[in-house]
Design a protein around this ligand. Structure first.
Ligand SMILES: [Zn+2]
Length: 344
């Protein structure tokens, strides 16, 4: 089934300066691919701005007003995060575009969707912009599914290079949203140790898998199939959201991971299989990082092929696992097994 795709020229209007890796050219690259050489047929989903009400699912009113007040100006928010004249309206369109994609999945127009939006969201906290993020698109989306669509269990899978501190904090004491993150460590923002496993009601519903640089397609697929899949089967999400970061691609200027374009397709296919088991196939990805433009383009292309259900000739199990992976997973697995049944 054709995947839904959210993308819009207006996502290029947020601009943090010529030097910045989180640049409008990321969207330009993806638009060019979709216009000139689309990897699969897709259904365009028209974005809309998120409302204050929707932003307030996750963000404090005072913070929303602060970002609104940057409209038309240039205001530094954090060392590497700058609100420009059009950041407010672009950030509204990013969150709203993702919500629109969720509605199209929920009403059955599409089974899966990918929102190719910016600014990204997973570092944004209730009242803090950081790490190129202003509003937490994925977290707002999960709340939207719970509050507006009455869903009871949402799985968020964050494969971005960086830990999604904002998403973790939004649901740290909740059991209706299970947050699972793989991320390079040590690295920005410094959060995301395996022992942070949720709190109170949410104990067991926050799963961090910090990894050393150098992980490959085989490593990520192993984590998805041997750790994530059994947990997903037990949690039984009604919807899967993915914070899809392409900064784990080989050659990304911010990271040291070694994912290929094919690998991203395999991760998406793995999430689809999980979604089919308990969520009626409902899966929505939202773009987070990814700063090497050809790797971003090719990775997104392979994900869209996977969402379309295209049977792509692949090297199947792509190579051996990294020698250190078993050691790196010891700590997370020991933690996760306090709550979840993960076969050895
Ligand atoms: Zn990232």
């Amino acid at each position: 089934m054709k995947p839904g795709v959210v993308i819009d020229r207006r996502y290029m209007n947020h601009d943090m300066g010529a030097w910045h890796v989180e640049s409008p050219s990321r969207i330009a690259t993806l638009l060019r691919m979709l216009e000139k050489d689309p990897p699969v047929p897709y259904r365009a989903v028209e974005p809309r701005p998120a409302t204050d009400e929707e932003l307030a699912f996750v963000h404090e009113r005072g913070y929303i007003d602060l970002i609104r007040s940057t409209a038309g100006k240039t205001v530094p928010m954090d060392g590497d995060t700058v609100a420009g004249p059009k950041t407010w309206e672009t950030a509204l369109l990013a969150a709203g575009g993702f919500l629109e994609s969720l509605d199209r999945v929920m009403d059955g127009t599409v089974q899966s969707a990918f929102s190719l939006v910016r600014p990204p969201g997973h570092h944004a906290e209730a009242s803090r912009a950081m790490g190129f993020c202003f509003f937490n698109n994925a977290a707002i989306g999960a709340e939207h599914l719970i509050r507006r669509h009455g869903l009871r269990r949402i799985l968020i899978v964050d494969w971005d290079l960086h830990h999604g501190n904002g998403t973790e904090r939004a649901f740290y004491e909740r059991r209706d949203v299970l947050y699972v993150s793989t991320h390079q460590s040590p690295l920005y923002p410094g959060t995301g140790a395996a022992r942070f496993f949720g709190h109170g009601e949410g104990y067991g519903y926050n799963m961090n898998i910090p990894l050393l640089a150098g992980k490959t397609d085989a490593d990520f697929l192993h984590i998805f199939e041997k750790i994530l899949a059994p947990v997903a089967a037990e949690f039984a999400p009604e919807f899967i959201i993915s914070s899809a970061g392409f900064d784990i691609a080989t050659g990304d200027p911010l990271g040291g991971m070694e994912m290929t374009a094919d690998g991203f397709g395999l991760l998406a296919a793995s999430l689809m299989a999980m979604a089919e088991r308990t969520a009626g196939g409902r899966l929505a990805l939202v773009l987070e990082g990814g700063y090497d433009l050809p790797a971003l383009r090719d990775g997104v292309g392979e994900v869209l092929k996977a969402l379309d259900g295209k049977d792509i000739p692949r090297s199947d199990r792509p190579g051996p696992l990294s020698p250190s992976l078993g050691f790196e997973l010891q700590d997370p697995l020991a933690t996760f097994r306090k709550k979840w049944d993960i076969p050895s």
